[in-house]
Design a protein around this ligand. Sequence first.
Ligand SMILES: [Zn+2]
Length: 419
Amino acid sequence: MTLVPQIDGERLLGRLDAFARIGATPAGGVNRQALSVEDRSARRLLAELALKRGFGVFQDGMANLFIRREGVDAALPPLLIGSHLDSQPTGGRFDGALGTLSAFEALEALEDARVETAMPIEVVAWTNEEGSRFAPGVMGSMAFTGADTAAWKSTVASDGASLASELEATIAALPEATPRPIGVPISGYIELHIEQGPSLEKEQIPIGVVTAVQGTRWLEISIQGAAGHAGTTGLAYRKDPMVAAVAAMHSLQATIMPLDTSARLTVGRIAAQPGSINAIPQSVTFTVDLRHPRSERLDDIEAELRRVCAAEAAAQHCTATIRRSFDMPGAAFSPQMIDIVEAAATSLRLPHKQMISGAFHDALFIARVAPAAMIFVPCRDGLSHNEAEYVEPADAITGARVLLQAAIMAASSRDLLQR
Ligand SMILES: [Zn+2]
């Protein structure tokens, strides 16, 4: 007799508690930074739970951890479900852990019900998603998709540890895991994650069907003027870069986001040189964090920003130079996988809405090599990267149910099999 696989809510919540104890902080959060002793303990616990259930345990050279349940056809590339186990230094207990442990719960639910899937399904815990101890973040998934990792070899953590030696020690700490090469073929990827923003909670919608991760671009604008005496330099003689910077910022803030609701423009840092109370500054530098789901719109907005800054600088007899310091293109998720997640939520009669992720996730990279999608659940006050991060137990269980349903559908999807 085949049973219908069911998420065991108590088991999932118990696991969330157990993992939250690894690196627990007094304020109720977790400090389980990538490749730390605490990270190794969490990986060990997951591997032990997996071995106890008879699942295969693998790790690659980036310490990405995979828990495999065989499918009917072992030759098919696996469907991956999961997230990450590392945290921010003062992180919450759900960021990453919810997606990883819900994926493991889904695997156990399939095993409990003895349900066979066409594809093998693997739970993945990606290495160093957060990037707080070792920059950059999303290292594990980037390496998995073929990123050049040579430059990371010399990376040193804020605490003085080297990435190469911590990686080696982390891999060595789990000898039960079978080594595998980085970047094996996969059929698809589904990641459950907390929203890390307020919209689902505010709208009282339990499930977000994530259709894209927006791209991020960082720009540094430097406006050069002429330093002068604040008291003796009349208006006609001023080349004041502050006037130009303020005008440029005002113009951009008054147009970019109001005219395009998908755009995000933030000025987070501003500095005047020499920074004297009674001198017209020589130069003013400010940063812009620009985000948009569509790369071509990021290009348009950057072009507009360059035009505005040059014009406002010229109006003050100043000059503007603009440097791009970071560019992370966004990704639109696969329509097939989005349909599967949506169908899973619909089949469970759960209200859901399509949305775009404002933060990056491992899924951003995996989407470049396989059909991928994400499921979001609400978190209290949209709070994350914070020890007070909280997810209602019912919402965590609901997210896991959608993940399980979507995984069942994806693991036998004709579309994915015929790719
Ligand atoms: Zn995360």
